[in-house]
Design a protein. Structure first.
Length: 277
């Protein structure tokens, strides 16, 4: 991104970046709720804090005449720091390594026992299933359900995923397009218009950290009204305020959608389902 080699290279870089972000987020979406009540709100709240700060820094760089692509070299340093934090935070302890080894050994023994029991039963056709001293457990049951198939057949998962798709598209379009809209339609100052995006993410950071209990319908109705005001009111100030309000009401929607999905879906499909969402 910092090389400024054209649209094609930027697009490829964004695809790779999005893949990495999703890879990390999918596992965190499962891990965080288990270790902290309401943790998803803080997780995505701090994500929004970063999104709030970044446009301020980028806008300041652009206003001073520095090449805009230099901003991404700063992001490179932050990525290196973040990678270090992740490695430190999730570096397995000796106890965890031992526990994983014991679990793997237990699963292996169970699978072997189930296979031996099945072979013994086949070898003596006249024997009834109840007379076997070994438990009749199929190998795939011993190793757990086929979580991908189970998850993809779950209608609740698809309902939550479609909702997440529509919401995420609206969020990305709003925070990404608002600057272009204000420049082209409201003739905003290029040196200050980037701060509107920070207002959007600032409102989102606050609402995600305090979480919300008024429900998706309330949030989406308010956001709909604010979008209408941006379209109909020819005022840069009003449009900026509406954008911040949209960020505030959008904040709890995504993490609460994930949280409700966790409550509704079976535990064995959480990782797959949240990754799809």
């Amino acid at each position: 991104m910092g090389s400024e080699r054209g649209f094609a290279s930027m697009m490829i870089a964004y695809v790779i970046s999005a893949f990495a972000r999703s890879f990390v987020a999918a596992t965190l979406n499962v891990y965080v709720p288990f270790v902290a009540k309401g943790g998803l709100g803080f997780l995505y709240g701090f994500n929004s804090v970063g999104s709030f700060v970044a446009p301020l820094v980028c806008q300041s760089i652009i206003a001073t005449g520095i090449r805009w692509a230099n901003f991404y070299f700063g992001s490179l340093v932050l990525s290196a720091l973040n990678t270090s934090f992740i490695v430190y935070a999730f570096w397995p302890t000796q106890g965890e390594l031992k526990g994983d080894a014991e679990l793997a050994s237990q699963l292996y023994r169970t699978a072997v026992a189930a296979s031996d029991a099945a072979s013994s039963f086949v070898a003596t056709p006249g024997r009834s299933p109840t007379s076997s001293t070994a438990p009749m457990v199929r190998k795939k049951d011993a190793l757990g359900p086929r979580s991908y198939t189970t998850a993809l057949k779950n209608l609740q998962m698809w309902a939550a995923a479609i909702f997440a798709c529509i919401y995420s598209g609206s969020e990305s379009a709003t925070q990404g397009f608002i600057v272009v809209y204000l420049l082209g339609t409201r003739h905003a100052n290029p040196n200050t218009v980037g701060y509107v995006t920070s207002g959007f993410w600032g409102g989102m950071a606050i609402s995600r950290c305090v979480w919300g209990y008024l429900g998706h319908i309330f949030y989406t109705v308010v956001a709909f009204v604010m979008h209408l005001l941006i379209l109909l009111v020819p005022s840069f100030v009003e449009n900026a305020i509406s954008t911040a309000v949209i960020g505030a009401v959008y904040g709890p929607i995504f993490p609460s959608n994930l949280d409700s999905a966790r409550d509704l879906l079976p535990t064995e499909v959480h990782l797959v389902s949240l990754a799809v969402m």
